[in-house]
Design a binder for this molecule. Sequence first.
Ligand code: UDH
Ligand code: MN
Length: 337
Amino acid sequence: MLKKFFILLVCLAAFSLGGFCVILFFTEDRKLFFFSALNRETKPEESAEPTVRPNPTESPGRSLDPCPDVPPNLRGVLHVEFRTNRTLQDVRNHVGPLIQQGGRYRPTSCRAKQKVAVIVPFRNRSQHLNHWLYYLHPVLMRQQLDYGVYVINQDGDGAFNRAKLMNIGFNESLKEYDYDCFVFSDVDLVPLDDRNLYRCSDHPRHLSVAVDKFNFILPYATIFGGVTALSKQQFLKVNGFSNTFWGWGGEDDDLSQRLSYRGMFISRPDSVTGRYKMIKHGRDSHNDPNPNSVQKLTETYLNMDTDGINSLSYTVREIRKDLLYTFVTVDVQAPAG
Ligand code: UDH
Ligand code: MN
């Protein structure tokens, strides 16, 4: 009886050893797969630095599994304050080594579902940009996005044109990478909850739902300013933004109307997830309220097919790569006067 049991035990041991050898042999890299599995577990996405830095110009590794729908390392409500004076170097140190030149990043442990260009319209707001970069990069990384940050800087002191800068950002970012989602963000808006994902959905998405400046209330139902996300397809379906809104106001409502004329709806996070803090500021010079915008908003339907991405004209003055962003200085051909 005891002998039979012993023989059975030996057989079982031999069988499992054989199985182990077979698994070992077929493991892709033929390393002790046991140890590589352990290694993987002790290297969570955000806490470990990859030994090999991914090259963002290459296409994302096909062998990686897709990232989960809900990123695992989100924190929820964030503490945000703008009293601290932050230099660009402070921000570079804070954001850490995972970022790639030009403000590029993609997760190393999974394949991001979307390739997101974050477009920031800009002129003379360096301190705001430092705060924005300080808070946004860690959020975007935790959201496991394959993303790049493009700051589109209007050259000269002609009338500001936020919408045209957005169109230029769309155009210029696509020259670098095959982005499929575009987040357009003012430089002074920082999310207060990282569950507000900077990615695109079935309908154009308005992310800055509850801004402190508006007492955390959505001012009106069709508002589409601040921070928005549109897929490449959604953006092209409306011919992008209008290029002809000079000065402050109207361009965001024009885009909102374009979306509705093309049968799209605005999607939004709930008003808790969609909370934002705006850096306090006055009106910038050369960005006075546009007196023509009310009239122009009655003509959206007539103009949208001929005023937009298909009529965009500008000159790139300089493209400068910082570690934290790609800075594109452009002449937007502002009207004289
Ligand atoms: N922007 C610049 N530079 C400028 C003007 C605008 O970078 O000179 C960009 C920047 O990204 C900014 C965005 O365009 O966040 C929108 O402009 P804004 O911040 O002036 O727009 P907002 O809706 O304007 O915040 C509110 C007017 C503030 C007056 C407050 C008086 N209490
Ligand atoms: Mn603002």
